[in-house]
Design a protein around this ligand. Sequence first.
Ligand code: NIG
Ligand code: FE
Length: 428
Amino acid sequence: VVTAEAADLLIVHAGELATLARGGTPRTGPALSDPDVIGDGAVAVAASRITAVGPTDTIRRQVAVTPATRIVDASGRLVTPGLVDAHTHLLFAGHRAHEFELRVRGAGYAEILAAGGGILTTVRATRDASEDDLVEIGKARLDRMLAHGTTTAEAKSGYGLTPADELKILRAVARLDRAHPVDLVPTFLGAHAVPAEHRADPEAYIREVCEVMLPAVARERLAVFCDVFCEHGVFSVEQAQRILTAAAGLGLGLKIHADQLSASGGARLAADLGALSADHLEHAPDDALRAMASRGVTAGLLPGATFFLFQPRYADARTMIALGIPVALATDFNPGSSPTLSMQMAIALACVAMKLRPAEALSAATINAAHAIGRAGEVGSLEPGKRADLVVWGIGSVAELPLHFGTNMADIVIKSGRIVLDRIGGRV
Ligand code: NIG
Ligand code: FE
């Protein structure tokens, strides 16, 4: 059988083609560690979509090629779906090198925030930046993400904390989504911290989030999700619940920064509200994890943040997996707790510090991450009809993915059928 549509791109001879097939539901249990690998695999692409996936000899017979067809010989390399970064704080200005050094010398992350630094340091810098500035900053970051194999990412606001500044960040995200190959899924995180000017009356800030910011975000369709930093000394469970309930009423999906620094009730709240994901979870109690399992709430694993905050306690991913919770992996890219743009680093940390198997980490970084941000219909697996987002790696197997931590092993990155990076051919 020859498919009617000639391929405009054909990737052949992948030593392992990790398809993450049957992507209709998140992978849990045994499926998590089986990424549906095809040996000597091939993928055909036409008009930015995948048209066929299978063994190279089969695809060669099935798929029509023309002189215009671009053929990429993966020469035995690993080929996977483009990575999906399910949790980032993409847009902010400045950096926190000074506070990093304070932390190296022994200062605590929560202590720095309580003293008006931390997130609030970045809020001051981000308020001073224009929407255009943020677009420029974002482009440079997205270029680096793409170079490391990330083709879709979630992007949160949360460093504006006034109606105008939160909308500025989300409008910049929308412009970047249109202007840059990396696809972005926007999340409103107005409840990231109580800004300094509302310190005396946090309730007034929460009212502003619920009554001014959320309706404006919904009206302009600037976010798909709403997130809250639920933590002792930041937003309580009760406050988070009010904000998220208002967001759900406006049609937004729900996410929570949950139980990151202490057992503060976020995972339980995520289960109660039926949130799509609860992220961090370093201190989530077992009963809250069981509640997440029964509601099908995805656990967003962010090992970069645990690592960079020098915390000994990583989220208990093995218990989550044993309970059947879908786990997704993300960088948590942000200037304070996890300034890495590399999903490869997140994969390595998840394996080393959370004891994920490499295949589990890959599932968590692709199809499960896509489910966690509502994009599994489009990306996260290599199946006919999906967007042709792929990475050809400088290694031969899924098992090797965590080995080269800190080293970019993405050789060719393909976004929507277009080769956007090619280290082998030397072209971009
Ligand atoms: O996911 N925990 C809250 N938010 C971020 C850190 C933000 C920052 O420090 O700027 C996180 O870890
Ligand atoms: Fe975060």
